[in-house]
Design a protein around this ligand. Structure first.
Ligand code: PSU
Ligand code: MN
Length: 301
């Protein structure tokens, strides 16, 4: 059922490092035409760390693990490419549809293919209007039952961050700051909330992954929360102002469900003169590099 690219298949067979990359950020999280360029850049960054990139998407009803340039181009440019959470995968497969995969769908497909390390920008989580909308990203529930290491810059700051941290605790998902005891805030280096555990090297992360295996802990994820460097973060004052406007606009325009996250990210890009995009890209780039190093440490174990 899975179409695993030759390069990824060989790397997995030889136990060489592989990093899964999601495609929703490309299709729905970044403006065109920058998105394709970024997708290629991220793959390059993984290679520079000595790992093989496996970008994941569903094309014509077939889940792909590892995309060649033509397929990446389809994900970046095709009109009507869907956004697929893990619940959408069987529907997309049966319909022969094409779609970009979110963190939840990517993590599921990566783990089915035997890829243990995954990099993204910021995880989905509990939205600020949760008491009204009950909007909590499916990312959290899936990570509670999938053995994968996700390198991210925390959860998206458009969310209710403390509520999301609480949900991760309740769901039993392990969270560690990378080189920090503060939970990162996606566009911001510090969300204002602490984390209980700090890991400082890729080898330390790999030790935790091994302990997950040896303990036969429940099949759940390890979140490695890697902050965007302070000099590349979005100005916190600007972030607070524009985000308040974005949340108001979202409500006023009646945006709901899957459309909420892309709407808010796009609003921030347009109303910060691209500064939020630069911070987002800096965060993703850092995560992809770190994921490459973690995959390499894991492969050496
Ligand atoms: N990280 C980014 N940009 C994104 C996303 C993550 O830097 O667009 C995507 C991920 O695919 C994540 C999704 O799973 O946003 C969350 O969407 P939702 O809130 O609808 O679950
Ligand atoms: Mn949602």
């Amino acid at each position: 059922m899975l179409v695993v690219s030759e390069e990824v298949r060989e790397a997995l067979a030889e136990r060489r490092p592989v990093v899964a990359l999601e495609s929703t950020i490309i299709a729905h999280g970044l403006p065109r035409p920058r998105n394709l360029q970024v997708a290629l850049e991220l793959e390059d960054a993984v290679r520079q760390e000595g790992a093989v990139p496996a970008t994941i998407a569903v094309l014509d009803g077939r889940p792909h693990i590892g995309l060649d340039k033509d397929r990446l181009e389809r994900v970046a440019n095709e009109e009507g490419i869907r956004k697929l959470g893990h619940r959408d995968l069987p529907l997309a497969v049966a319909a022969g549809a094409s779609g970009a995969t979110t963190v939840s769908a990517t993590a599921l497909l990566a783990s089915l293919a035997g890829v243990r390390v995954f990099a993204t920008g910021g995880l989905g989580g509990v939205h600020r209007q949760w008491t009204v909308t009950q909007d909590e990203s499916a990312d959290l529930g899936l990570l509670a039952r999938t053995r994968i290491t996700v390198v991210c810059a925390g959860v998206k700051s458009i969310l209710d961050v403390p509520a999301t941290l609480q949900r991760l605790e309740t769901l039993g998902v392990a969270v560690a700051g990378y080189g920090t005891d503060r939970f990162p805030g996606f566009y911001l280096s510090d969300s204002g909330h602490p984390v209980d555990w700090t890991l400082r090297t890729p080898e330390e992360v790999a030790e935790v992954m091994r302990a997950q295996n040896t303990l036969r802990a429940p099949e759940s994820a390890l979140i490695v929360a890697n902050p965007v460097p302070p000099q590349e973060q979005l100005d916190p004052g600007l972030h607070a102002r524009v985000l308040a406007d974005a949340l108001r606009a979202c409500e006023a325009e009646g945006v709901t469900g899957q459309a909420v996250t892309p709407f808010l990210l796009d609003f921030l890009v347009r109303h910060t003169d691209g500064a939020s995009l630069r911070a987002n890209l800096a965060a993703v780039r850092g995560n992809v590099r770190l994921a490459g190093r973690i995959a390499a440490a894991w492969a050496r174990m």
